[in-house]
Design a protein around this ligand. Structure first.
Ligand code: ZN
Length: 198
């Protein structure tokens, strides 16, 4: 038995072994075997990977992609007023993760922002991604240099692709000059339509 489903520019035909995704404009087909992808959104994402690699970017593919990525990105600097309340409010959605992008996840003056305290408060939803830390964070005159961005960025991208929202945490009050901005720019090159909420 084959059932089909329309999703934006795609037609998805499910069968016993998986699904075939047909792109309406180009007629391109992409095969996904179960259970690697279980939801329509995942199937479309799989297709989009192929679309981006082989067919070029269709406007409607990007539209569909936008619909697919439900996770949002929230850069937060804890030196800003109300940062803890904001984190608490965002974390009340249990799919949200707190990604700590500090090279040294410690705060002498605000112990609630120490790694240990955040781990105790949020458990597995707190993730310290040291590889996204700014090597030059102690030297304000020096340019921002992330420790290992290629590896570190995957942590954020994978969470967003699993429809989890991500709080991107650093200490800095000012987003524009903080390495959070650099990290967000990197995420956007991979996921162009992710919603960034400042
Ligand atoms: Zn910073």
């Amino acid at each position: 038995m084959v059932s089909t489903l329309e999703a934006g520019p795609y037609r998805v035909a499910f069968d016993k072994q998986g699904a075939t995704i047909i792109h309406g404009t180009s007629g391109a087909r992409y095969r996904v075997d179960a259970p690697t992808a279980t939801t329509t959104a995942q199937l479309i994402r799989c297709h989009l990977d192929v679309c981006l690699a082989m067919l070029g970017r269709h406007r409607e593919c990007l539209e569909a992609y936008k619909m697919c990525i439900k996770g949002k990105l929230y850069p937060v600097g804890y030196a800003a007023q109300g940062a803890m309340q904001r984190v608490e409010a965002l974390m009340s959605d249990h799919s949200t993760h707190l990604l700590d992008a500090r090279l040294a996840p410690f705060s002498r003056w605000r112990p609630a922002w120490n790694k240990k305290a955040l781990q105790e408060r949020w458990g597995a939803r707190y993730v310290h991604e040291r590889r996204l830390g700014n090597v030059n964070y102690r030297a304000p005159g020096e340019p921002i240099r992330l420790l290992d961005p290629d590896a570190g960025i995957r942590t954020i991208v994978e969470l967003l692709q699993q429809d989890r929202s991500v709080i991107l945490l650093c200490a800095c009050k000012d987003y524009e000059t903080c390495h959070r901005h650099t990290i967000v720019d990197l995420v956007v090159t991979i996921l162009p339509d992710v919603e960034v909420v400042l």
